[in-house]
Design a binder for this molecule. Structure first.
Ligand code: NI
Ligand code: MN
Length: 226
């Protein structure tokens, strides 16, 4: 799998030649100003919840790429009103089989309203299963004991976890989440973008290292292979 970071909680993941894009928030993100949004490929856009910092570029990217958007029913209704046509509505607990693998929607402890204030349904995380490996994309969430279910349900090869604190869990709770999902290979997200969520990179990474875990903090625009 090839993973590209576009800042905040936005990642591209390439699996079996298909491009998945998570939580597109690029054009309003000052830290991602060097990303040319027109070059981003997407066959699927997965949206964890309706907050602006996860959905800002969803309509324009969905329209340009024709990607299938995977989101809650409530976000499906909102996107439909804005002319997005290729949408697959889901909810927590549900799984869908797609051409690159499966996507299962899992619990996230957070809130979800859309930019116009309308209700976005429940916030979600995703477990993606494929022949190239399985991963967990947590979305915005607090630490929750439900994460144990994810570790029991599937072997997770790596996980995207929020670490910025304030609006989501921070580094120390992300380490417990890593225990719950039984996966020590963590890619951090939802940090540094705003004043409230600035972190000390070395401190967070050292905490993980001391527990025998790995916290990858990708450069915006960087691509890694898993
Ligand atoms: Ni949020
Ligand atoms: Mn957020």
């Amino acid at each position: 799998m090839k993973i590209t970071y576009y800042g905040h909680s936005c990642f591209g993941v390439e699996i079996k030649g298909k491009h998945l894009l998570f939580d597109p928030f690029i054009s309003p993100n000052e830290l991602a100003k060097n990303i040319d949004i027109k070059t981003i490929k997407a066959d699927y856009i997965l949206i964890s919840h309706g907050h602006e910092d996860h959905i800002a570029d969803a309509v324009s990217l969905a329209k340009r790429t024709g990607a299938k958007v995977i989101c809650t029913y409530e976000i499906y209704v909102w996107l439909s009103k804005q002319g997005v046509e290729n949408i697959h509505p889901m909810n927590i607990g549900g799984k869908v089989k797609l051409d690159f693998g499966n996507v299962k929607c899992v619990n996230a402890v957070h809130s979800s309203s859309l930019p116009d204030g309308s209700y976005g349904g429940n916030p979600m995380g995703f477990v993606v299963e494929s022949e190239e490996g399985n991963f967990y994309y947590a979305g915005d969430t607090a630490l929750t004991y439900d994460m144990k279910l994810i570790g029991e349900y599937r072997q997770i090869n790596f996980a995207f976890l929020p670490i910025g604190d304030n609006f989501t869990m921070g580094t120390e709770n992300a380490m417990l989440a890593s225990d719950f999902i039984n996966c020590d290979d963590i890619i951090g997200m939802h940090y540094d973008t705003f004043g409230y969520i600035k972190i000390d990179h070395n401190e967070s990474q050292n905490k993980f290292k001391r527990s025998g875990k790995s916290l990858t903090l990708m450069q915006i625009g960087e691509t890694i292979t898993k």
